[in-house]
Design a protein around this ligand. Sequence first.
Ligand code: PEP
Length: 249
Amino acid sequence: VALRRPLVAGNWKMNGFRASIAELRSVAAAVAGGAAGHAEVLVCPPFTLVAAFAAEPREPVEVGGQDCHAKPSGAHTGDISAEMLKDAGAGAVIVGHSERRADHGESDAVVHAKAVAARRAGLVAIVCVGETRAEREAGHTLEVVRRQLDGSVPEGATAADTVIAYEPVWAIGTGLTPTTADVAEVHAMIRDRLVERFGAEGQGIRILYGGSVKPDNAAELMAVANVDGALVGGASLKAADFLAIAGVY
Ligand code: PEP
């Protein structure tokens, strides 16, 4: 089994102003001092802050985008390409977050194209998948997540260019989390499918859990088999909370 370095990624969503760089500085200083153990730490602020965050002395913390367009450039008013994120200093980009899928009607095919764009630009794609409450209650979780995974993750995905984030839609921003047994079941299915498609490389692809990860539940969730880190929304906005989560490593 390949050794997977845990990744703790913060998704700031549509939050943050230039003054928020203070939070990044706190996170970076603590991580440089060993606060995240052996985990890799990534902060994904809104587009307006990517270049400023990237320009900060923030090693070893990486900066990422929250979305990108599939095309490298062109007549797409308001959109940002993966190449632009790379140029701004990003190392990664979240694609297919459930808020993008819901607010912007992004299909698996669109998410797939964005993951391909990320690779083309030299960014790590964090591909998000997850079932709604209705889908879970109907017993369709594994089938839905597998379909999203197959449809969204491009051929030739590698451990170096792809990360999966399992984020049950009903757990995002709600304070609700699945049981550890439920998380284990979905992550095991994702692992099996990645290995089926990508062989040994699939063993190395990290699978993050996301959805109401907080300082008080992080240790339990991160200890689940095949959970290789966290995608953190609300709790990533405060340096102390985010560091407490990364601190489980
Ligand atoms: C997210 O937006 O990816 C997320 C997991 O949000 P929260 O941690 O706030 O549930």
